[in-house]
Design a protein around this ligand. Structure first.
Ligand SMILES: Cc1cc2nc3c(=O)[nH]c(=O)nc-3n(C[C@H](O)[C@H](O)[C@H](O)COP(=O)(O)O)c2cc1C
Length: 355
C-alpha cells in the first residue's frame, strides 16, 4: 500500500501522478509545476473486490444500508467511472459522487491545486456539469453496476439545495450528502455551514424535500463543531459527515505569489487526520445520529481509528489520487483487523475507544 511520507506531498496534482487522478481533478495536459511523487499503478485483469471474510461488515448509516463501512469522499472519485478499472465500484459501501448543483458551475480559476507536506490544497470550487448531466450519464451507469449511491448536493442558495434534491427524487439515489462546508465558493457551502441558524434552515428545508437518508456534511472551519452538529441533527439530519477540508494557503516565495489563483483553498490528506479524528470523537459524544468520518484516511489503520472514535462509516478521499485501489485495501484491512482482535462484527468497533 502507498504510504505517505510526512515530508512529502501526497502526489495528487503533479504531472507524474496516475492519469486517474489528473482526470478526476480536471488537470488534463496541465501541470501544477510541482513534481508528483506517487507511483503509477497498473492493474491487470478485473477491478479489485474485497476478499471474502467471515467478519460482519454491513453498517447502517442513518437508514442507508452499506455492505461495508467504506465509501469515498466527494470530489475525489468523480462518479466512479474513472476508478472502475481499479476497484469494483459496487463492492464499496457506497460511491459518493462529486458535488452537484442545479445548472452546473464552472469552478474557480487555475491554478487550483497545490501540493503541501502530507496533504494538498484545492480550490476547485465545486465545478460540475449540473444535475441533469448526473441523472443522464452517471446515475444510470452506477445503477447498471448495482452500486450504492450517495449524491453530494451543493447550492448557492437554500433554494438551490432543495431544487437539486427535488430533481433527483426520481433517480436511482440511495442517500444525499448535503455539502454545507465547501470553503471554495463565495455563496453557499461553508458560508452556510458555519452558522447554526443557517444550518437549521437549510437542513430542515432539505429534510422536507425527501424521505431518503439525509447526511449533512460539516466544516471543520468553526470554533465548536458540536454546535453545528446539534443544529443539523435537530433539523432532521439522519447522519453527519465530517470533515470537509480545512482552510489553508500556500505561497511561492520566489515569485511572491500565492500558489492558488484564489489564494486560499481547502487542505486535505494525511495532514488533516488528527483534526478530523478529534472532531468525529467530539461529535460522537454530542449527537445520537451516526457519523461518516473522513479526513486523511489512507489505510485500514486510519479507518479503524475513525470507527473507534465513533464513526459508523468512513470515506477515503485524497488517498484515491495516489493509490486508486485504496478503498478496497481499506475494506480488507478493516476485516483483517477485526479477525486479529476477535471482533466478529465491525459494528463492535464503533465508538469503542477506551479513554
Ligand atoms: C479535489 C477535491 C474536491 C472536493 N470536492 C468536494 C465536493 O464536491 N463536495 C464535498 O462535500 N467535499 C469535497 N471535497 C472534500 C472531501 O470530500 C473530503 O471531505 C476532504 O478532502 C477530507 O478528506 P481527505 O483528507 O480524505 O481527502 C473535495 C476534496 C478534494 C481534495
Amino acid at each position: 500500500m502507498t504510504r505517505f511520507d510526512a515530508e512529502q506531498p501526497v502526489g495528487a496534482g503533479g504531472a507524474g501522478c496516475p492519469p486517474v487522478a489528473q482526470t478526476v481533478l480536471g488537470l488534463h495536459g496541465q501541470s501544477t509545476g510541482l513534481s508528483g511523487t506517487c507511483e503509477t499503478r497498473l492493474v491487470e485483469g478485473s477491478p479489485r473486490q474485497p476478499l471474502p471474510t467471515k467478519v460482519g461488515m454491513t453498517v447502517n448509516l442513518g437508514g442507508l444500508e452499506m455492505k461495508n463501512p467504506v465509501t469515498v469522499a466527494s470530489g475525489t472519485f468523480a462518479a466512479g467511472r474513472e476508478y472502475n478499472d481499479f476497484v469494483d465500484v459496487a463492492s464499496l459501501g457506497a460511491v459518493t459522487t462529486k458535488g452537484v448543483s442545479l445548472n452546473g458551475w464552472e469552478g474557480n480559476e487555475s491554478p487550483r491545486i497545490a501540493e503541501t507536506p502530507s496533504g494538498m490544497l484545492n480550490s476547485i470550487g465545486l465545478q460540475n456539469p449540473g444535475v441533469a448531466h448526473l441523472k443522464e450519464h452517471d446515475l444510470p451507469w452506477l445503477q447498471a453496476r448495482d452500486a450504492t449511491v450517495i449524491v453530494n448536493v451543493s447550492g448557492h442558495s437554500f433554494d438551490e439545495y432543495v431544487q437539486v434534491i427535488e430533481a433527483l427524487e426520481d433517480a436511482p439515489v440511495d442517500a444525499y450528502e448535503v455539502n454545507i462546508s465547501c470553503p471554495n465558493v463565495d455563496a453557499g457551502g461553508m458560508t452556510i455551514g458555519t452558522s447554526a441558524a443557517s444550518v437549521e434552515k437549510v437542513v430542515s428545508r432539505c429534510r422536507a424535500a425527501t424521505k431518503r437518508p439525509l447526511v449533512v456534511k460539516l466544516t471543520p472551519n468553526v470554533t465548536d463543531v458540536t454546535e453545528i452538529a446539534r443544529a443539523a441533527e435537530a433539523a432532521g439530519a439522519d447522519a453527519l459527515s465530517l470533515i470537509n477540508t480545512i482552510l489553508g494557503m500556500a505561497i511561492d516565495a520566489e515569485r511572491r505569489r500565492p500558489q492558488l489563483a484564489r489564494v486560499v483553498g481547502g487542505l486535505s490528506g494525511p495532514a488533516v487526520k488528527p483534526v478530523a479524528l478529534r472532531m468525529v470523537w467530539e461529535c460522537a459524544k454530542a449527537v445520537q445520529v451516526p457519523l461518516l468520518g473522513m479526513g486523511g484516511i489512507a489505510t485500514a489503520a486510519d479507518a479503524v481509528e475513525f470507527l473507534l472514535a465513533g464513526a459508523t462509516a468512513v470515506a477515503v478521499g485524497t488517498a484515491n489520487f495516489a493509490n486508486p485501489t485504496a478503498t478496497v485495501e481499506v475494506i480488507d484491512g478493516i476485516a483483517q483487523y477485526c479477525d486479529r482482535h476477535g471482533v466478529h462484527d465491525v459494528n463492535e468497533l464503533i465508538g469503542a475507544l477506551e479513554c
